[in-house]
Design a protein around this ligand. Structure first.
Ligand SMILES: Nc1ncnc2c1ncn2[C@@H]1O[C@H](COP(=O)(O)OP(=O)(O)OP(=O)(O)O)[C@@H](O)[C@H]1O
Ligand code: SF4
Ligand SMILES: [Mg+2]
Length: 335
């Protein structure tokens, strides 16, 4: 880690709900390890949302699962600050002693197909019970009401709901768990476009009214722009850019971020042609990342130094970028 990143994390410590330092998560065996998350450092202030973007395979899901404590970490630290009045960890369920909940792209991963939805919502209220006692029904129905699911639907099974309704149920369940930190891994990606805005609005409202902190993974820049206060950009297990959402999306500094943003679907054929030039080829094999800057094999600005020296974040400012030459190439931004 550079001194710059150290300074940023230390400075953001007071009031941070989440602080991740030098996190490494490895798959595979010792002889052929795959460092899916390779030295990630970040901090999320309480009540804010960090958006995480990056191509498929860049390590986004691995990062959120490791933060949630659902994957073992190889090294590094994850600190989650409890809120005043949070329940004692022993009284709650799931990730990191109940401090983290995860909302997945597929709501069925969090819901039991055979249970009426009110019971799935109430489960975190009654940890350790094989069958949720009926006395928790009223609270579950109230929570369902808060996410726009009426009491007439409370006894339905998940299969009897629409995709959007199911995702609302998982949000109610996450809220019921009273975890201060919620990991959202592509929570609206499987939904019809007409339902996405409603679920995003709900997530945003829950965050504000319940003092929640989010890490929000998405391929969709529109969702990121709507919900995230800051954005982290991942490439081959590393953060290559991190900063306030507006700055990262409007004035991306890293050539990779520039390419990702310009690749947002557009009807312009000219823009599509340009995207192919900006981000050529496939993401390399994560088991054997390129030396120096991992992005160099696809970077049109790469120079000799990029093959031998790994760029690091610096120098401790709010909008950070890991590229040796970003000041010279920032004018190439084409969002
Ligand atoms: N269980 C696993 N065992 C081995 N390798 C894995 C495992 N899960 C993920 N990987 C690898 O780790 C890397 C990161 O995967 P990850 O699922 O975190 O990416 P992602 O950014 O979430 O991708 P996507 O956008 O497709 O969801 C990839 O190279 C992937 O092939
Ligand atoms: S360090 Fe070099 S290869 Fe990496 S993004 Fe910057 S210019 Fe491209
Ligand atoms: Mg993923």
């Amino acid at each position: 880690m550079t001194a710059g990143v150290e300074e940023t994390v230390a400075a953001a410590r007071v009031g941070d709900a989440l602080s991740v330092k030098d996190l490494v998560v490895t798959y595979g065996n010792r002889r052929d390890p795959l460092r899916a998350v390779d030295g990630v450092t970040l901090a999320v202030p309480r009540g804010q949302a960090l958006g995480v973007i990056g191509e498929s395979g860049s390590g986004k899901s691995t990062l959120v699962m490791a933060i949630a404590g659902l994957l073992p970490t190889t090294s590094g630290t994850v600190d989650i600050a409890p809120r005043d009045g949070d329940l004692a960890p022993a009284a709650r369920s799931v990730g990191r002693g109940g401090q983290v909940q995860v909302i997945f792209q597929d709501p069925m991963l969090a819901l039991s197909p055979s249970l009426p939805i009110w019971r799935s919502v109430a489960e975190p209220l009654a940890p350790g019970n094989l069958r949720v006692p009926a006395r928790f029904r009223a609270t579950a129905v109230e929570l369902l009401g808060q996410v726009g699911i009426g009491p007439e639907l409370a006894d339905r099974r998940p299969a009897q709901l629409s995709g959007g309704q199911r995702q609302r149920v998982t949000i109610a369940r996450a809220v019921a768990a009273q975890a201060p930190l919620i990991m959202c891994d592509e929570p609206v990606a499987a939904l019809d476009i007409s339902l996405q805005a409603g679920v995003l609005r709900l997530l945003d409202e829950m965050r504000r009214t319940r003092d929640l902190t989010y890490v929000f993974v998405s391929h969709d820049m529109t969702s990121i722009a709507r919900i995230a206060d800051q954005v982290g950009v991942m490439y081959l297990g590393k953060l290559v850019e991190l900063g306030p959402t507006r700055a990262v999306l409007r004035e991306p500094r890293h050539p990779y971020t520039q390419a990702l943003i310009s690749a947002v679907p557009t009807v312009s054929l000219q823009a599509r042609a340009r995207n192919r030039t900006l981000l050529p080829g496939e993401i390399p094999d994560a088991r054997r990342p390129p030396s120096g800057c991992r992005f160099r094999t696809r970077c049109r600005f790469a120079q000799d130094r990029c093959a031998v020296e790994e760029p690091t974040f610096g120098p401790g400012e709010a909008h950070q970028v890991a590229c040796h030459f970003w000041p010279e190439i920032k004018d190439a931004a084409t969002p």
